[in-house]
Design a protein around this ligand. Structure first.
Ligand SMILES: [Fe+2]
Length: 479
């Protein structure tokens, strides 16, 4: 879902070529000057190889997860990258990629699709919590990686506390005040009556890394739910009616049709806001509202009894379910825009749109997670140029950092200058594909003066898709 510019379609498609990994750390050449005060480690994850060992991925989501690491200290940037060592990746390296079934990609032979779930590509997020580096995706369970050399340590079950059939979604939220991590998994299974049922399972991981289950909420549809938010009191879910059709899913289970194609937007099923008490116990509050399409959440907060949820809306789900399949030959046109949902204490729901250039990948100063934030940062592309958008919610104005035309920026990640710095007083780290040079770069922007040229560009030794999501930590593993 990285943003691309139509005018540069042909060259920008280079970011979808299989990327080499760089397990040995290298010092990157710098254009400009990296701020001396900027110190820490940026981890990111994204699909970076769709064609290994006979696999022929037909959708960006089916590419193998490449975790990249930037160590920034003393004005220097070191880099390394490594593919997550999943069974999918291992099978490909054995030359048996054509036997793998992905989310949208079918194995060559019918028998390799029958009864198979999607292979876990571990390609969506790299999250650091409780001394663990986790590679996460929608289709699988967490993988734990070595924080230093990025080698895959194995599946993370949280010391056996993650139920064996539960998923662990790729967008956990960390409370900056308590240090707790919250997440969910949407599980599907047969009920005692023989019907298929879905369950929204909510988890809390304490700062020491111990997982407990907060809630298990039965659902009447199998939702494709990618993201959520937290406030000090609640886990906040907006369940858009992007759901799985049971008949198509049953055929896919028999190998007839791709698993991903059984999901679609079904507005007639309505939309549900679910507020799950963070403290555990107590009934979740469920509010129905008019449906709309979205994938990513920015943040949520409580305001005098209301719950406010910021996200990025889309006109239609087809950009992901269908258009993205053309990723090898057509740039992916992503045309989202920021929106705010206000759920009143009385149960009314108001939706406000913030017209903007075509955007995706919303982020905020993570010291404000669960609290009211003023600024949202987004990656953007209009027809002629890519940009980073800074939305000021107090003044409802937008300021842009424009890239040259042949660039594809990924999700911007904000890093404060110091613990006591104000919101927006810091840097934006933006991993960007440079089509003209066919390489990937780390662009470091001054968030407060976002229009200015980058303070520094760290030049990688090769290219990779700029990734889906990542995390910054002050921790340095190898100074
Ligand atoms: Fe995501």
């Amino acid at each position: 879902m990285t943003i691309t510019s139509n005018d540069e379609a042909t060259s920008l498609l280079g970011m979808y070529r299989a990327a080499p990994e760089h397990p040995d750390e290298v010092v990157l050449p710098i254009i400009g000057s990296v701020p001396q005060e900027l110190r820490g480690t940026l981890y990111r994850n994204g699909p970076a190889d769709w064609e290994s060992g006979g696999f022929n991925g037909v959708h960006p989501f089916d590419g193998d997860g490449l975790v990249v690491k930037f160590t920034i200290t003393g004005g220097t940037v070191k880099f390394r990258s490594r593919y997550v060592d999943t069974p999918k990746r291992r099978k490909e390296l054995r030359g048996a990629g054509d036997r793998i079934r992905g989310v949208y990609t079918q194995a060559r032979r019918l028998r390799d699709n029958i009864g198979r779930g999607p292979a876990d590509a571990a390609n969506t997020h790299a999250v650091v919590h409780a001394d663990r580096l986790l590679a996460l995706s929608d289709a699988g369970r967490p993988w734990q990686l070595d924080l230093d050399d990025l080698s895959t340590l194995g599946p993370c079950t949280f010391n056996g506390q993650l139920p064996s059939l539960s998923r662990f979604s790729p967008h956990p939220r960390i409370d900056p005040v308590t240090g707790e991590l919250f997440n969910f998994g949407l599980d599907v299974g047969p009920s005692l009556e023989g019907r298929t049922v879905a369950c929204l399972r909510c988890f809390r991981v304490d700062p020491a890394g111990r997982l407990s289950q907060l809630a298990a909420i039965p659902l009447e549809h199998i939702y494709i739910q990618h993201d959520f938010a937290i406030t000090p009191q609640f886990l906040v879910f907006a369940l858009a009616p992007i759901t799985v059709d049971p008949v198509t899913a049953a055929l896919a289970a028999l190998g007839k049709g791709a698993l991903g194609d059984s999901a679609d937007y079904r507005p007639q099923q309505g939309m549900k806001i679910i507020l799950v008490p963070r403290a555990g116990g107590g009934k979740p509050r469920i509010i129905e509202c008019d449906p709309f399409v979205y994938i990513h959440v920015d943040n949520a907060y409580e305001d005098r009894g209301d719950v406010v949820l910021d996200l990025v809306r889309h006109e239609s789900f087809a950009f992901l379910s269908q258009a993205a399949k053309q990723f090898r030959t057509e740039p992916l046109a992503v045309a989202g825009w920021p929106a705010r949902l206000r759920v009143s204490a009385g149960g009314s729901v108001d939706l406000t749109d913030y017209p903007s250039p075509a955007t995706e990948f919303p982020s905020h100063d993570e010291r404000r997670t669960g609290r009211e934030h003023r600024y949202t940062y987004l990656a953007s592309a209009e027809e002629d140029a890519a940009a980073i958008v800074k939305l000021d919610r107090q003044t409802n104005t937008q300021r842009l950092h424009h890239f040259s035309q042949a660039m594809a920026p990924g999700e911007p990640i904000f890093v404060p200058k110091a613990h006591h710095s104000g919101e927006d007083e810091g840097w934006l780290l933006v991993v960007t594909y440079n089509a003209g040079e066919h390489r990937t770069e780390l662009h470091i922007l001054d968030a407060a003066d976002i229009e200015n040229p980058p303070l520094a560009i760290a030049v990688l030794p090769s290219h990779h898709f700029p990734g889906f999501h990542g995390s910054f930590t002050e921790r340095i593993t190898a100074p």
